[in-house]
Ligand binder design. Sequence first.
Ligand SMILES: CC(C)(COP(=O)(O)OP(=O)(O)OC[C@H]1O[C@@H](n2cnc3c(N)ncnc32)[C@H](O)[C@@H]1OP(=O)(O)O)[C@@H](O)C(=O)NCCC(=O)NCCS
Length: 185
Amino acid sequence: MQPTLATDRLILRPFHLSDAEEVQRLAGDFRVAEPTANVPHPYADGAAEEWIATHAKSFESRSSIVYAVSLIGSGRLAGAIALSQISTTHSRAELGYWIGFEYWAQGICSEAARGMIQYASNELGLTRIDCRCLARNNGSARVMEKAGFLREGHLVKHVNHRGQYEDILVCGLTLPARSNPATTE
Ligand SMILES: CC(C)(COP(=O)(O)OP(=O)(O)OC[C@H]1O[C@@H](n2cnc3c(N)ncnc32)[C@H](O)[C@@H]1OP(=O)(O)O)[C@@H](O)C(=O)NCCC(=O)NCCS
């Protein structure tokens, strides 16, 4: 079972189908979707339900682990954070996230990232986390920097992002190895 994680102000928990309407509202905001590689825009009816329905299987196979970022106290959903492309062979995964516009600039993503990094290190035994964003995505770059990621590369015109060729910032975080390595694939 996917564990629930707690940080000072947040609960990171699995998504429920009952979150779908709020996911569609938050991720359906173009300001949230635009810089991401995976959030569609417009965000169609039913897309959130479909996305949430994939999470249990992905967790079972440890291919990706998705968490709802919710606020302690109110329980309100603020965003999503995930480890994807989890590899046992290389003990690494890729970190991705989005936070609803009304919750920006309150340190929520940074706090969620710290929680996920701890989980990745302590529970999954990962020794490296990759994270990449559009080079112009200053908010995401700052989240990575604050979480301790190193800037490792700048890929020029690397992606066709919503019709424009754009540069990508590549960041990496190494974590201490533990004696019994990861059991995820
Ligand atoms: C990027 C994003 C996740 C940041 O979430 P957040 O909860 O607002 O981030 P935090 O509050 O933890 O901010 C971390 C730092 O980034 C800074 N920051 C946030 N947005 C910024 C922006 N647009 N430009 C410059 N700095 C920004 C904050 O000021 C803070 O730095 P500080 O502590 O030195 O003041 C959020 O803006 C978002 O969801 N954007 C759209 C989706 C997206 O870009 N996802 C990542 C795709 S790779």
